[in-house]
Design a protein around this ligand. Sequence first.
Ligand code: FAD
Length: 449
Amino acid sequence: MQKADLIIIGAGPGGYEAAVEAARLGMSVVVIEAARVGGTCLNEGCIPTKCFCRHAEVLEDVREAASYGISCGEPQLDMAAVVARKDEVVARLVSGVESLMKTPGITYVQGKARFVQPHVVGIEGGNELFEAPNIMIATGSVAKYLPIEGAHLPGVVSSRELLSLTQVPRRLCVVGGGVIGLEFAGIFHTFGSEVTVVEFCREILPNFDRDIAKRLRTSLKKRGIRFETQAAVTAITRDDVGQLHVAYDEKGKAGECVADCVLMAVGRTANTASLNLDEAGIAYTRRGITVDEHYQTNVPGVYAVGDVNGICQLAHAATFQGFHVLHRICGAQDAIRPDIVPAAVFTVPEVAMVGSTEETCREQGVTYRVLKSFYRANGKALSMNADDGLVKLLVDDAGRILGAHILGAHASDLIHEVAVLMNLDVPVSRLHDIIHAHPTLSELLLHLA
Ligand code: FAD
């Protein structure tokens, strides 16, 4: 039996960042990973999709070149080259994390971990056992498939498979208008697919500010993406010529989308199947492993961070939950605010948010006022040909910032200025005294009214 101060199961952004930090703090750490270090984020999530987003951006820029007085022919996309560049970027980052796993204090074990006892973990197919007073489960999530006929037909894929397609499908049907679905809808539309998004809810991006989501849908529609909202997909069938027929019920009316490829983007579910949680008496629900406000499970010393606890399925949330657990283990305090987690959608235009939405304020009976500033009045935005967008701030009676919602170019960068102000509890009135460089998109925050 090998003993350590901490066992971490899963080397995604929740697990690997915590492992390095724990070693830095002087702990002996065993990291167990079943597949490749980096987890979903590096291998089949954040990074590969952002590579694809960049390809789409370049393609779009070349297509628009004539409007800048630059003439070049119709650009051709080599999908195999797109996938190869993505693989190269991923390999570089994975190799960086592999090096980090050699940090003194870390023992890296390749294999699938399963609980033998509450504080003892074994490896599937092996005899070695590991024991620690503290265990961090960071096993992430897996793509969900709708429980309908045809959900597993050839051509119906999850985001993982879509990232390896070497041919652009002529028609792509995206089932689910959440973050992942919309990013792929935007990418493949730019790559040349005819894209239809079928969403069950009344509006896309159900957890985002409704007004911003509606504006994004309008922008994407203008670009040529089709949307069917309040549409419940009921079955998928494949005809003789290999076309996929996605049947849906739209407010009581039957509809159909014919496609060559269907992306299932209906959410992700906690990855707990292989862990043998019952053996260790660790409580979980369909949402994920049950944890308290410090990410501790019902078994003292056993924690669950990241996608596997179902609280917030974002890479940086996983990382900071992991850091918080380490601080708890060391008996240290930290100032991490789990309620201030920026989130971004890498569509064109981008969307980003932090804090409360108008909907959550109303649900919680919080009074708020809305301040707005528009990209069309910002010099830098116009110079970039990016006048579509706005910044929207929600503030309370005392001028405290409750939330921010941005639609527009570089929203994913701009949101952090507001996140900093919220973390430091700076009232919105102070913003006007903070000198911003000109001409920048950041000036949008100076002109909120
Ligand atoms: P993961 O990254 O999933 O890592 C879990 C690791 O645990 C995996 O490596 C897995 O192999 C391992 N594992 C599982 N079971 C075992 C076991 N029994 N034993 C040993 N190892 C095990 N988030 C963002 O913040 N920004 C984005 O832009 C973004 N884009 C995304 C795009 C896509 C297409 C997808 C699918 C996700 C995206 N996400 C994004 C979400 C992000 O990838 C996840 O929130 C993040 O990876 C969660 O980190 P984690 O450490 O909890 O789990």
